[in-house]
Design a protein around this ligand. Structure first.
Ligand code: PLP
Length: 380
């Protein structure tokens, strides 16, 4: 990775984005091979939030409609468009002036806490049907944006029927489906992209982070030939100085080669199973764990005060007001043992590097096992 970046710096460290460059062509070729079928045109920027901003603009210009449906349990970035589409409490402080207009929110595919009060599979995936109801009753909907597996907000894996159903109904209504794979892409879930698990091809896929293994900031907004062709004749009023920056593209090419050379996507599946089994094991001895869920190398432990009522330790309001959170105490205790994980309101997010060894996972689980006593003690 480092050699690729240095080599590119010697050959062509920068050129304005209007130029075709060798790394741009090579990365595009490499992306076509790994992206879900049909996503063959790419807009390169440097962060996940920029990738989503471009996606919204593409969707609105292409469809001529302006509403975007997002979901309440989501994060899509911190700039005006992406924060507007963010369902979690990071949006609240910027309302109403710090965000774009036209975003509305639908229900989450969050079976542990179904927003419609239903139980899977008897629910008939009503959360997807309700999005169709919104499309029909709102009109003027350009796109639906989802994290195929919700990331920061608790690693929420949808039921198998959900994304295919969403694909079907968005098609039916001429609404674009944008899948935000900033977190769930690049082997995190055990496939190149999370949508691959359900064989769903979105109209637009956004991604960042893993595209360079985070060695250098790069993001991509990927779309179909049909949508991209529209902009051959229509002005795409968008761009950045650092768009398609050669150093970032060189890192992307090298990262894809490394994912393949080290079989990291397959590895994510295999070692992810090991990780998941051990995390599920913790639930047997820690009553504070309400739910263990995940896929590949992407796991969440949701902590509760009471398993029967599912009462959480903390709320969005606690996070907003800066109140000390139970998950932060657990994370802090793990840090003392040299293990980092992310706490988010009442969920612990476990997303280790795809290169982690089995013994490192054991070390992480042991630290977590110990730290979770802090939450167990609060139950007594
Ligand atoms: C799902 C998702 N979308 C978008 C973003 C924003 O990406 P960035 O921080 O690179 O702007 C994030 C960041 O964590 C994310 O998790």
């Amino acid at each position: 990775m480092i050699d690729a970046i240095c080599e590119q710096a010697k050959r062509l460290p920068y050129v304005v984005p209007g130029f075709a460059t060798e790394p741009r062509a090579k990365l595009s070729k490499a992306l076509v091979e790994v992206m879900p079928k049909g996503l063959e045109k790419y807009f390169f920027a440097t962060s996940g939030t920029e990738a989503n901003e471009a996606a919204f603009k593409i969707a609105r210009l292409y469809t001529g409609k302006y509403k975007i449906i997002s979901r309440y349990t989501s994060y899509h970035g911190s700039t005006a468009g992406s924060i507007a589409a963010t369902g979690d409490q990071r949006r609240y402080p910027v309302e109403p002036s710090g965000k774009m207009e036209g975003v509305i929110f639908g229900p989450d595919a969050y079976c542990y806490r179904c927003p419609l009060g239903l139980d899977y599979p008897n629910c008939g995936i009503a959360c997807a049907d309700y999005i169709e109801y919104m499309i029909e009753h709102e009109s003027n909907v350009a796109a639906v944006i989802v994290e195929p597996v919700v990331g920061t907000n608790g690693v929420i894996v949808p039921p198998d029927e959900y994304l295919p159903r969403l694909r079907e109904l968005t098609h039916k209504h001429g609404v674009l489906l944008i899948c935000d794979e900033v977190m769930s892409g690049w082997g995190r879930t055990g496939e190149w992209f999370a949508v691959d698990h359900w064989k769903v091809a979105p109209d637009i896929l956004t991604t960042a982070k893993g595209i360079t293994g985070a060695y250098i900031p790069l993001s991509v907004t990927a779309t179909t030939r049909e949508i991209a062709d529209y902009f051959e004749e229509h002005y795409f009023a968008h761009g950045h100085t650092y768009e398609a920056h050669p150093l970032t593209l060189a890192a992307g090419i090298a990262a894809i080669a490394e994912y393949k050379r080290m079989n990291l996507i397959e590895r994510s599946c295999e070692i992810g199973q090991y990780l998941g089994d051990h995390l599920s094991g913790l639930q047997k001895t820690h009553n504070c764990i309400g739910d263990v869920r995940g896929i590949g190398m992407f796991w969440g432990l949701e902590l509760v005060r009471d398993r029967s009522t599912k009462q959480p330790f903390n709320t969005r309001e606690d996070k907003l007001s800066g109140k000390p959170l139970m998950v932060d105490r657990v994370v802090g205790d793990c840090m003392k043992k040299g293990v980092f994980l992310q706490g988010w309101i009442s969920t612990l997010i476990i997303a280790p590097p795809l290169t982690i060894s089995q013994s490192e996972i054991d070390q992480g689980i042991a630290a977590l096992d110990d730290a979770l006593r802090l939450a167990d003690d609060e139950l007594r």
